[in-house]
Design a protein around this ligand. Sequence first.
Ligand SMILES: Cc1ncc(COP(=O)(O)O)c(C=O)c1O
Length: 385
Amino acid sequence: MTDSTAGFSTRAIHAGQPFEESTGAVIPPLHLSTTYHPYSIGELRGGYDYSRGTNPTRDSLQQQLAALEGGRFGISYASGLGAEDAVLRGLLKPGDHVVMGNDVYGGTFRLISRIHGAVGIGHTPVDLTDVDAVRAAVAETGAKLLWIETPSNPMMRIADVEALVAVAHEAGAYALVDNTFASPYLQQPLALGADLVVHSTTKYLGGHSDVVGGAVITNSEEIDSAVRFIQFAAGNQSSPFDAYLTTRGAKTLAVRMDRHCDNAEAVASWLLGRSEVSHVLYPGLDDHPGHDVAARQMRRFGGMVSVRLKGGEAAARKVAESTRVFTLAESLGGVESLMNYPSEMTHASVKGTELAVPEDLLRLSVGLEDAEDLLSDLERAFEGL
Ligand SMILES: Cc1ncc(COP(=O)(O)O)c(C=O)c1O
């Protein structure tokens, strides 16, 4: 039972993953073969000829991801940025323009501004929480693509997906949502009208910090064929082993996300009670400016919490380097809790630009450990601030 009426976890566990007919293996095997023997010239056995184009293990992942986002088509790539690059190459041509959040993920900004900027794609960063400003930017620039990231990394701003999709569509632009931070369990952008969703599957979908990957999901045949062609023609697809690991991780997404949310809520409310903290950036808090929109478009508020410290850069560095359960590292969305100092780590590429993140800010990827161990770890790291 893996049709679209099946529940989220049923789809996660079964979509694209039938048992194997020839042996009865319940878990579809990992297909490493690069090439496939046809019945005769031009008459393929299972639709496969060469693995850069199609591969059964990658197909399993692509079907699983499409089912989780409620989309018809899923395409998987070697990384999140590889997926984003395929979208930009597949949908845009020189002279086209992208409007994106002024706190878009730094790697996305670098990709659009430096790699695609160099071949004539324009970009305008704007505050996505200000729908009128977005409408004006899209109209002024004649944008072909509105790039929405919500919650944003690492400022945790919430963009109103339905309102922004309407702005894009009024202007004849595509509306894309980077759904990495929420995961399809918490937020379903296609159901909110978005034309396509991108993911860094490296994060919650893979979920175990052991595989880099990316994906594009859409209901549009036109978008699918343009973006899938880049996967085949440019060769930036996920490898079979990476696809296998990602599928395995994504099966438990729902149970992991609920625990991530429970623990993040505990961490956010602990931080809120600390005198050393100036701001807790978590959309689950009633006074977060995006709380009402998040409550409308998300199932829960996610596992990411950012915090700003009154003691500035020195305090942030001290906390980042003193935790024992939270590991100081880039990335997010794995079972283990990670602590990141964005201005020198994940967002170093936007330092000194208008997208620079504050130096007193820490980003916490709250994992699945016992909440009391996470809180006592933070308690210890805050000592002497
Ligand atoms: C929101 C967001 N989008 C895209 C990416 C890029 O993904 P990857 O690192 O898999 O290329 C990241 C990576 O941190 C991210 O946080």
